[in-house]
Design a protein around this ligand. Structure first.
Ligand SMILES: [Fe+2]
Ligand SMILES: [Fe+2]
Length: 182
């Protein structure tokens, strides 16, 4: 998995000339900090469910800090180009995960009889196709002249334009699971 993640990474990125060993370390640090960020957000949610808001607050604060670390590491690995280039890169990345990476992972999860991973990979693959289409629209300047609201399914990551659907077309989550994007 780490190897695969690394390959997404390095293919998409304009590396800023780090020596290999340091690049590997920065990449490993990025992955771990990004994981810690997500882990702590889940810990915060759990603390809230357990009616421990102060602990949730602490987890969220440190999660934010780990997010700072992961972005700093990311900035060492990849430069951020202009928006036209970034849209193209984001489109290519979605196309690659939808067309190549998730299908392979999905097949292997099925072979392994891993039902939960099979479901998650299959929904993620389908969602990425939707993300690619949104980027394609933006690249074609279809949305350049008007503002569009986006609503994100908090279960599967599907992104709806304009208004949230009654149920998510990918995972069937109800409208209440959609969050309006900033
Ligand atoms: Fe995506
Ligand atoms: Fe969904």
């Amino acid at each position: 998995m780490r190897k695969l993640l690394k390959s997404y990474w390095h293919k998409g990125g304009a590396r800023i000339g780090l020596k290999d060993r340091t690049a590997n370390n920065v990449h490993a640090a990025f992955v771990e900090e990004a994981k810690a960020h997500q882990r702590l957000l889940l810990f915060a949610k759990k603390a809230e469910e357990e009616d421990l808001p102060q602990i949730a607050h602490l987890f969220r604060a440190v999660a934010t800090a780990e997010g700072v670390h992961s972005r700093r590491h990311f900035a060492l690995l990849e430069g951020v180009a202009n928006t036209q280039t970034n849209l193209e890169k984001a489109f290519q990345s979605e196309t690659a995960v939808n067309g190549v990476h998730y299908p392979k992972m999905l097949r292997e999860a099925e072979e392994d009889g891993e039902e939960a991973a099979t479901l998650v990979f299959s929904q993620a693959r389908d969602v990425e196709d939707g993300h690619a289409k949104l980027y394609r629209k933006a690249l074609n300047h279809i949305i350049a002249e008007r503002s569009t609201e986006y609503y994100v399914c908090t279960v599967c990551g599907y992104v709806a334009e304009r208004k949230p659907p009654e149920t998510c077309p990918i995972c069937n989550a109800p409208e209440s699971k959609f969050h309006k994007a900033d």
